[in-house]
Design a protein around this ligand. Structure first.
Ligand SMILES: CC(=O)SCCNC(=O)CCNC(=O)[C@H](O)C(C)(C)COP(=O)(O)OP(=O)(O)OC[C@H]1O[C@@H](n2cnc3c(N)ncnc32)[C@H](O)[C@@H]1OP(=O)(O)O
Ligand SMILES: CC(C)C(=O)C(=O)O
Length: 559
């Protein structure tokens, strides 16, 4: 960077608030949410929403449980006006939902705005003008007094227009736009001047929306500004302090969280943070952050895929794969140590009865937002044996014994190195199948019979005599053997007649699926006298046959 360029910038001044209390507070309840997707979000789109798309978004927002929705800037365009009319005329606004309309503090725009809401039961009329030092100087070329007069005139006009619509209950919102770039004493003065006109009471409060129209400083400064404002208001109980943060520094969520701790009661934002420039605050992230702290966000986010789907279609913007809570990859671990920890954490969660979600690397249970576990672990060259074992278990039902994980993990690792890409689950299963289940050379089982069996309660005197037909290449050999059980008898027969010495080191089995057609999977590790170990896997409806197949699978792998 040009070292001179930095001289164009200066630090944002600190707020003089030595007794600040917000850092010791916590968010314990959900704020009132107001979606501004249809207005602030919409005005920032390359192609603003058509009426149909607005209707689709409105439906989604009401389904999610938003009770306040800024539906547009009706005086700005025909679509905006018609959309507001459609909602009212077609009775599409649920009884418990308030629509909100935005207008500048300009006479013709205010009058047009009221025309757009004729016949509505209840509406929030939202009026704004910029108050920042910079905009006063460069955009409006007005001093403080003149800017206050502009806001007051606008507010008076609201009161005047309201008389023409006796069938509608009006609530009001005033935004000193660019609040964070405004001297605090001036922001307070202009808000109080508007309150003077609107005469809110504690039963009919004025929404004072204090926006970070542009995010100019660190999130703690926004919180300081909000706390300062709340502390210094003369009629605090007659106002609802609303937050409206933009994300220029990437901190809108943090800024809003801190500002809620500082006294904010209401939040305006959008789904996934769509909005001017870097966007508005992302309400989905904010709400799910609350949820993962045990606070009911009072929004239904249980089908996040629907939210993504509607958003991407209506806004024609993609969700980043790493977008908090919603991105395609956010419930996925590729790296070995993460997979191992998730695998262990999920297993522990399934057996624990604390009811608390405590899985390493996953701050939220994906199923709470309608995502499945299936994609939690994906396999590439960064992956480890734990992740491979997880896939085999969760997707295919094979619970490999822990001692077997390194062996199959290495086989998969070699494959990912060779392919140089992520492996699909079915490719991992194919590797498992060809390594353990379908490798039939040199040995495979053609027939098996238990000729005689004695079962002793103490197991010490149990015995079995078996006969087996083993295919070795083209040849089929019949072997017989004795042992303390059918598996032991089969191993003796193999050792004596075909392979020579080997030792059975580990044995594990489990049912693969339930019901009368249940099949069993057996896992056997053998060791040759020269010290070479290998695992084999067998599957059959008969557990003994499954274990015998597992022995042959291990012997086949040895070659
Ligand atoms: C931070 C925000 O997101 S605020 C919302 C912004 N959203 C939008 O602007 C989207 C919709 N807007 C529009 O369609 C148009 O801008 C309209 C219809 C509102 C107004 O259109 P126009 O009057 O043709 O143009 P424009 O917006 O450029 O008007 C600028 C004039 O309004 C004045 N103005 C701007 N904001 C305000 C305000 N809040 N109150 C009073 N006057 C204002 C400006 O000073 C300027 O005055 P000038 O003409 O004397 O220089
Ligand atoms: C109209 C106001 C609230 C706004 O959109 C902003 O300041 O970003």
């Amino acid at each position: 960077m040009n070292p001179e360029a930095v001289k164009k910038y200066r630090p944002f001044p600190k707020i003089d608030l030595p007794q600040r209390t917000w850092p010791n507070k916590a968010i314990n309840t959900a704020p009132t949410w107001c979606s501004v997707d249809l207005r602030d979000g919409n005005q920032a789109l390359i192609q603003p929403m058509s009426l149909q798309k607005k209707l689709e978004m409105f439906k989604l927002l009401t389904d999610m449980g938003f009770k306040e929705i800024e539906v547009g800037f009706p005086s700005a365009s025909q679509v905006e006006f018609e959309f507001t009319r459609t909602l009212i005329e077609e009775n599409l606004i649920p009884d418990d939902v308030l629509i909100q309309v935005l207008t500048q503090a300009r006479e013709h725009l205010i009058r047009k705005t009221y025309e757009s809401i004729r016949g509505a039961k209840e509406v929030i009329v939202h009026i704004y003008n910029s108050t920042s030092t910079l905009q006063r100087r460069t955009v409006f070329k007005m001093n403080r007094k003149e800017i206050i007069a502009l806001a007051v005139e606008g507010a008076k006009l609201l009161k005047e227009e309201e008389q023409k619509y006796p069938e509608t209950k009006f609530r009001y919102e005033y935004s000193p736009e660019s609040f964070t770039g405004t001297e605090l004493d001036f922001a307070l003065e202009i808000c109080e001047a508007v309150m003077e006109v609107m005469k809110p009471t504690k039963d009919n409060r004025l929404i004072l929306n204090l926006p970070a129209t542009v995010e100019l400083s660190a999130p703690n400064i926004y919180a300081d500004q909000i706390e300062w404002f709340c502390n210094n208001m003369s009629n605090r109980e007659a106002a609802i302090i609303s937050l409206h943060a933009h994300n220029d520094r990437g901190c809108a969520v943090a800024a809003t969280e801190m500002a809620l701790m500082a006294g904010g009661e209401r939040v305006e934002g959008t789904l996934f943070g769509n909005g001017e420039r870097t966007g508005n605050v992302d309400i989905v992230t904010l709400a799910l952050n609350m949820f993962t702290q045990g606070v009911d966000p009072k929004l239904d986010l249980s089908d996040i895929n629907r939210l993504v789907d509607v958003y991407e279609r209506v806004c024609r913007l993609p969700i980043h794969p790493r977008h908090p809570y919603a991105g395609e990859l956010v419930y996925t671990a590729f790296s070995g140590s993460h997979q191992d920890a998730i695998n262990k954490g999920m297993t522990a969660y399934e057996v624990t009865d604390s009811g608390l979600w405590e899985v390493p690397y996953l701050p939220i249970d994906p199923s709470d937002v309608g995502r499945t576990y299936e994609s939690i672990i994906r396999i590439n060259s960064q992956s480890g044996k734990g992740g491979v074992a997880y896939i085999m278990d969760k997707e295919f039902g094979y619970k490999m014994p822990k001692n077997m994980h390194p062996e199959f993990g290495t086989i998969v690792q070699q494959l990912t190195d060779k392919e140089g890409r992520e492996l699909l689950s079915k490719e991992i299963f194919a590797a498992f199948e060809s390594t353990y289940l379908t490798a039939r050379t040199p040995y495979s089982l053609k027939g098996f019979n238990v000729i005689k069996r004695h079962i002793d309660d103490s197991e010490k005197l149990s015995s079995a005599l078996i006969e087996a037909e083993v295919r070795i290449g083209e040849e089929v050999k019949t072997i017989t053997g004795k042992g303390n059980g059918p598996l032991d008898a089969f191993c003796s027969a193999m050792k004596n007649d075909i392979t020579g010495e080997f030792t059975l080191c580990s044995y594990h089995e489990h049912a693969l699926n339930g019901g009368s057609a249940a099949r069993a999977a057996a896992y056997i590790e053998i060791e040759k006298p020269e010290g070479h170990k290998a695992w084999g896997v067998g599957v059959d409806t008969d557990i003994i046959v499954a274990s015998i197949k597992a022995v042959l699978s291990a012997l086949n792998r040895k070659k």
